[in-house]
Design a protein around this ligand. Sequence first.
Ligand SMILES: C[S@@+](CC[C@H](N)C(=O)[O-])C[C@H]1O[C@@H](n2cnc3c(N)ncnc32)[C@H](O)[C@@H]1O
Length: 326
Amino acid sequence: MAEGNKDWIWDRYWRFDRIASCFDSAGSNYPAEFEAEWNAFFRKLPRGAAILDLCTGNGAIARMAAKFSGKSSQSFKITGVDRAGIDPDKYVTSDGNDPAITYLGGVSAERLPFENAALDAVISQYGFEYTDHDKTLAEISRVLKPGGRGKLVCHAAEGTPAANGRVEVRTITTVTNDLDLFRLAGKAITAAWGSEKEGRELSSAEKQDMKAFGAAMGGLSDALEKEPNNPFLQAAYGLLRHTFKVREHFPLETLMEKIEDIKAETRAHLGRIKALLEASLTEDDCRALKQTLESYRFGDVLWTRFALDGGAKLAGWNFEFRRVAK
Ligand SMILES: C[S@@+](CC[C@H](N)C(=O)[O-])C[C@H]1O[C@@H](n2cnc3c(N)ncnc32)[C@H](O)[C@@H]1O
């Protein structure tokens, strides 16, 4: 999970008991509207279909395919691949491990470990758009059987996750950079811990450190009042408070490691939001992608809005297509 590895932000995210990467309802899979959207596609697949879920993460969509298959006795064989070091069977406990799904980590969408024409369907949600579009489409075209189907749900630049992401980046950057939160947390804990261990009063410099940290936490608390539904900030606030509160029970080194860990999680979180914003597709991007799909000899190319709450929230762009029979 070293930060030098370009996938560390996702390695870190998926080695945790969670399934969705946004619209997250406390670790569980995406809301029912997502399942309805995907089930409409799964209904079109033949019995026993071999399905590949690209950029699967902890298998959100692979799980929906397995659930659909189980209920309809379709006997799908599902493989979920991701370039990150995923291991959903180990980390996800809330949604049993389905033997119909095989997960493979360390697999790039641009280089798939499948024979030509091996698959009935290639699917991806909030994944394809992160990859090199041309290389991935060439691979999808290679591994799909003639007549095989594709469905890609992609982040929209004007969609709800991107809009929320832009607000989050602003707030988190302000809180962590402008308020210098983690450096001040380290200094305040060091000051309080040292004076208590040595049974002495705080020096005036240490009092300043404590005051500065208190002010930064006040700033974080103000930000939370403005954005009460920001679970990331809430968690950071709670963890910092807790680390400060339990200081007497731990060596200083352990406390500093905890602060570093909260800081690394913040960097990873910001990295994931920035990656989402970079990957998100504008309407112009979608028009171009539709043309690219057609240039790869995919037929029946469909580009639609995928909206929630009766159309109020744009969840993404939906692309469906078929591999043209030779
Ligand atoms: C936003 S998550 C989506 C996960 C899941 N499909 C979902 O719907 O929640 C994006 C995933 O794409 C993966 N990814 C990004 N670029 C990739 C690539 N070139 N090849 C394979 N996986 C990639 C990341 O590791 C990450 O797990």
